[in-house]
Design a binder for this molecule. Structure first.
Ligand code: ZN
Ligand code: ZN
Length: 315
C-alpha cells in the first residue's frame, strides 16, 4: 500500500501501471501503431543521455531505424531538469549531448538523414530565470518545454488518489495547467511537450474522457501558446500509455487552430528502439484531420515549416 506519510514510492502500484502500459503497447503493435513510415519529422526523442531511457536507446539505433522506415528528420531532445532533486538534473552535460548529436548528424547526413540537436527542458515557474539564462548560454536547434511529475508532485501514484478525492476536475488539474500555462507564457520554448500528460497521472481516478468533456480547461494554456507563438506538440506516447490517446487529442489541436494557433509539432517521445516511431503515423493522421498542413520546426535559426499534407500516410 501507499505510505502517504513518508511519500515512499508504492512499488506494487508503479509495477502494475508499468505492466498495464506494456500490454497497451503490445496491443498497439498488433493494431499496427508500430508501423509508421515515410514521414518527414519526429521532434521528440530520448537517448541514453536521458535518465529514463533504456540502455539500448542509442542514437545510431534510431538513425538506422529512421533510414529503414523513411523518417527523414529527427530532433534528439534529451531531458534537462533544473530541480536538483529531479532525475535529469546534471545527468548529462550540454557538451556530451551536443557532441553525440552533432557527430551522429555528420555520420548520417551522407545517407540522407537530418539529425538535429534539441532538448526537453522540464519547466517549473520556480526555475524560470535559471532556464532562461541557461537557454541563452546553450544554443540548441530546437527546444521543448514540458511539465513533468517530480518526486514531490501531487500527481505521483502514491499521492494522486488522495489529492483528487472530492475535487472538481478543474481543481484536480489546476496545479498542472497553471504550470504548463506559465511555460507557454514564458516564450522560452519552440513547443510545449505533451500538453495534457496530466491525464496519464490521473488514471484510474479520473479517466481521459472526463478531460475531453471539459476542453475549456485547456484554454488558458492554448491562449498563451497562441499569444507567444509557442507550438503545440502532438505527442504519440499517450497511445502506448494509460490514456491510450495522444497528448493532446485531435479535438484540442482543432481548438488551438480555431483560436488562431498555427504552430504544431509531432513527436514520438521514444525512450527505447522498440518504441521507435510508435504511434507517429497515427499522430500525423490526427493532426491532418484537425486541419494541420505543415509542422512548425526550428533548425537552429528561425522557425521553419515542414509540409505534411502530401506525405504518404500508411500507418
Ligand atoms: Zn516529457
Ligand atoms: Zn520526452
Amino acid at each position: 500500500m501507499a505510505d502517504a506519510s513518508t511519500g515512499r514510492p508504492d512499488l506494487s502500484r508503479r509495477r502494475a501501471r508499468r505492466d498495464e502500459e506494456a500490454a497497451i503497447f503490445e496491443a498497439g503493435l498488433a493494431a499496427g501503431l508500430g508501423d509508421a513510415r515515410d514521414l518527414p519529422l519526429d521532434t521528440h526523442m530520448h537517448t541514453v543521455r536521458s535518465p529514463d531511457a533504456a540502455q539500448d536507446a542509442l542514437l545510431d539505433a534510431y538513425c538506422a531505424l529512421s533510414l529503414e522506415r523513411g523518417i527523414a528528420e529527427l530532433a534528439i531532445t534529451d531531458h534537462v531538469d533544473f530541480d536538483p532533486a529531479a532525475p535529469a538534473y546534471a545527468y548529462s552535460t550540454f557538451g556530451e549531448r551536443e557532441r553525440d548529436v552533432r557527430e551522429a548528424a555528420e555520420r548520417w547526413a551522407p545517407r540522407g538523414l537530418a539529425v538535429r540537436f534539441g532538448v526537453e527542458v522540464t519547466y517549473e515557474r520556480a526555475y524560470e530565470d535559471d532556464i532562461r539564462a541557461w537557454l541563452r548560454a546553450h544554443r540548441h536547434d530546437f527546444v521543448i518545454g514540458s511539465v513533468h511529475s517530480g518526486p514531490a508532485s501531487l500527481y505521483e501514484p502514491e499521492r494522486v488518489g488522495a489529492f483528487v478525492a472530492g475535487k472538481s476536475l478543474r481543481e484536480a488539474t489546476a496545479p498542472y495547467f497553471v504550470e504548463v500555462t506559465a511555460a507557454a507564457q514564458s516564450g522560452l520554448f519552440d513547443s510545449i511537450g505533451h500538453l495534457d500528460v496530466v491525464k496519464r497521472w490521473l488514471v484510474p481516478h479520473v479517466m481521459p474522457a472526463a478531460l475531453a468533456a471539459q476542453p475549456e480547461l485547456y484554454d488558458p494554456a492554448l491562449r498563451a501558446m497562441v499569444e507567444t507563438g509557442t507550438a503545440l506538440e502532438v505527442n504519440a506516447s499517450g497511445l502506448r500509455q494509460l490514456p491510450r490517446e495522444t497528448y493532446p487529442t485531435a479535438a484540442i489541436v482543432a481548438r488551438y487552430l480555431a483560436m488562431g494557433g498555427q504552430a504544431v509539432t509531432i513527436g514520438s517521445d521514444v525512450h527505447q528502439p522498440s518504441w521507435f516511431a510508435f504511434g507517429l503515423g497515427e499522430a500525423y493522421r490526427l493532426a491532418r484531420g484537425a486541419g494541420v498542413t505543415s509542422l512548425a520546426f526550428r533548425r537552429g535559426d528561425g522557425r521553419v515549416w515542414v509540409p505534411i499534407s502530401a506525405a504518404p500516410d500508411r500507418a
